[in-house]
Design a binder for this molecule. Structure first.
Ligand code: SF4
Ligand code: SF4
Length: 454
């Protein structure tokens, strides 16, 4: 197992003095939407020139618009177990919180939770569980995934289960792959090894190198889409951004495909600096998100309800492409089984209100799950993303899923707004044949057909 996060190299990049001309050249390259090298990313992370900062936000917004358009993919977390043998100091589920009664959903309770999520209109979930091979073994997780995929309702079903569970070995990743998961998600939390060791006091997760090499094992097991993240605020956010770049490069060089997504959870500066002296201010958080958008233009960026509605609005403009909506971070939180949360959320709006709000902002709420069901994953997905062709399927699929949602969940006011947004956005499909075909498919949805995607 490798440690491909070269701390000295990252520090040398952060200490490098970039001239105005050098940073301007990086910005010019960034404006071509080609992505950046770690050294170029360092130039953007270290500049204190306000004009450069303005350009960073402008370029990030242009990339967001050009590659992703006015479209946001929605999902919700589903916590199935809060048993955990690890002692991650920042987490509500850590094993030292002995005053809490732990829960693991029965399959009947999984069904109840899924029913609640489908009632909200969700089609895509991130399945979450703490690490505990006794109380939450992989076979139990696989049973839950099977239960979720088998549940069908008149107005929908969960069509993509992304999975955020503890690091596995290759043999277990093969089992997870065979369960037909979407993306395997795992956050390194912090890439700075001394800080990692400070915040991970016990349990298997305290092994930095084993955790760091988890995506290698997942990819060896043919899991093609992996979603990374750091808990920004455990250490210097600039170090974490550069380390994410090195991790991405490592996967690209070994497997020819990097991160499918990057999530950006953070410890907010206003939550108090102790024990988090590196807690991230709003300004820095916006900056790091914009820089990630520029650095890896084709990697989805995800923000959760940990952030406020106002902050999420700003983040969407500069690069976020996926958000959670109506989330509970407790096991059984949707059906009232428990309210013991992994972390507290700041955007408490119901999923429906978030969907309505997006439409009022002229943003297309999308429940699309088409790619992995069409075999567009891994390097095949990245090829489409890098040539810009992916947008030719994202927009049509977004329109189809919004129409389906409106028919199944909307009232008159909602449907008027949805139909007018769809009528406006369908004109953005430049290919006339595709446009006509989508208009036909929208009619098929009105006539009772469901789950249409391209
Ligand atoms: Fe357990 Fe995950 Fe929380 Fe760590 S972050 S204590 S592994 S649930
Ligand atoms: Fe995501 Fe693919 Fe759907 Fe686009 S078409 S929103 S990339 S699943």
């Amino acid at each position: 197992m490798d440690n491909f996060i070269d701390e000295n190299y990252i520090n040398s990049l952060l200490n490098e003095k970039f001239s105005e001309t050098e940073t301007q050249a990086v910005l010019e390259k960034a404006a071509k939407f080609e992505g950046l090298t770690p050294k170029e990313v360092a130039a953007l992370l270290t500049t204190d020139n306000p004009a450069h900062l303005t350009q960073i936000f402008e370029i990030a917004a242009k990339i967001k618009q050009h590659i992703y358009g006015d479209r946001i993919v929605l999902f919700a977390p589903l916590y199935i177990s809060d048993y955990c043998v690890n002692n991650c100091l920042y987490c509500g589920f850590n094993c030292c919180k002995t005053e809490q009664t732990r829960h693991k959903l029965t399959q009947t309770q999984v069904k109840q939770e899924v029913e609640m999520l489908v009632k909200m209109g969700h089609k895509r979930i991130a399945l979450e569980a703490g690490e505990d091979s006794q109380n939450c073994p992989l076979d139990y997780v696989l049973d839950c995934i099977d239960t979720i995929y088998k549940m069908k309702f008149d107005n929908g079903e969960i069509r993509r289960v992304n999975v955020n569970i503890a690091a596995l070995d290759v043999a277990d990743f093969v089992k997870l792959k065979n369960a037909n998961i979407g993306t395997y998600l795992l956050f390194q939390e912090t890439y700075h090894k001394p800080t990692y060791e400070k915040f991970h006091k016990g349990g298997p997760k305290k092994d930095y190198i084993y955790h760091l090499n988890t995506f290698d094992r997942a990819m060896e097991a043919q899991i093609e889409d992996v979603g990374a993240g750091a808990l920004f605020g455990l250490f210097d956010y600039r170090f974490e951004v550069l380390a994410l770049m090195l991790h991405n490069e490592h996967l690209e060089s070994r497997f020819n495909v990097g991160f499918h997504t990057i999530s950006v959870p953070r410890i907010r500066a206003e939550e108090g600096t102790s024990p988090y002296p590196y807690a991230v201010t709003d300004d820095d958080f916006l900056r790091l998100t914009a820089i990630l958008r520029i650095a890896v233009p084709f990697t989805g960026l995800i923000v959760s309800t940990r952030e406020t509605a106002e902050m999420r609005k700003q983040l969407i403009n500069i690069g976020i492409s996926q958000i959670s909506a109506g989330s509970s971070t407790a096991v059984g939180g949707y059906s009232g089984i428990d309210n013991f949360e992994q972390f507290s959320t700041a955007d408490h709006r119901a999923a429906r209100d978030i969907i309505y709000w997006l439409m009022e902002e002229k943003t297309l709420p999308s429940f699309c799950t088409a790619c992995y069901r069409q075999g567009r994953s891994g390097d095949r997905f990245m090829e489409l993303a890098k040539t810009g062709e992916i947008k030719n399927v994202c927009l049509p699929n977004g329109l189809l899923t919004l129409k389906e949602y409106a028919i199944d969940y909307g009232d008159e006011k909602f449907n008027t707004l949805a139909d007018s947004l769809i009528a406006e956005k369908i004109n953005d499909i430049s290919n006339e044949t595709v446009r006509n075909s989508i208009a036909e498919k929208l009619k098929q949805l009105e006539n009772g057909k469901r789950d249409i995607f391209i």
